[in-house]
Design a protein around this ligand. Structure first.
Ligand code: AMP
Length: 169
């Protein structure tokens, strides 16, 4: 059901990429509710303290999930956005590198993190996020994605952290 709201946009943001557009899912009340309910069912909520989401689409799903379950939310952001003391981690892109950051005191209310993003592709982003949260003393319990591109080896970047997804292509 959730998959019927994902729009394929060819050649975005560049030629050869088939972009999975989640905006039709977000704007439909049933689609939005189903996706958050589905994420909540992927991992036992008693196994984690906080939901950690990656900018920016991980914020959309992660905060809604956290609020539904009565948990707090930790943002992982692009460089220079977080105002307090941060740790950062860089990772390889197809061309160049990218960096993500987290506040060093994000574990104040719990160390067991559920890691959330909209989509698992090469795994570079989530792999770096796992390294980052471990560096501040958190334990990534599991990863949850709305969409997984199963034809890419993204799971290999996640090591022994279990990964779950609502839709697998
Ligand atoms: P990766 O680091 O390769 O696993 O890429 C994951 C991040 O890139 C996610 O935050 C996605 O939002 C975005 N992304 C990668 N590939 C796609 C795609 N085909 N459609 C939509 N978003 C994508």
């Amino acid at each position: 059901m959730v998959d019927s709201f994902i729009r394929d946009v060819p050649d975005f943001p560049k030629a050869g990429i088939l972009f999975k557009d989640i905006t039709p899912l977000l704007q439909d009340p049933r689609g939005l509710a189903k996706s958050i309910d589905g994420l909540a069912d992927l991992v036992d909520p008693d196994s984690y303290d906080l939901v950690c989401g990656i900018e920016s689409r991980g914020f959309i799903f992660g905060t809604a999930l956290a609020s539904k379950l009565g948990k707090g939310f930790v943002p992982i952001r692009k460089p220079g956005k977080l105002p307090w003391k941060t740790e950062s981690e860089s990772y390889e892109l197809e061309y160049g590198t990218d960096t993500i950051e987290i506040h060093v005191d994000a574990t104040a209310l719990g160390k067991r993190f559920l890691m959330v993003d909209d989509l698992l592709a090469t795994g570079g982003t989530m792999g770096a996020a796992l390294t980052l949260v471990r560096r501040i003393g958190a334990e990534p319990v599991a990863c949850a994605f709305v969409i997984e591109l199963g034809f890419l080896p993204g799971r290999e970047k996640l090591g022994d952290v279990p990964a779950h997804s609502l839709i697998k292509y």
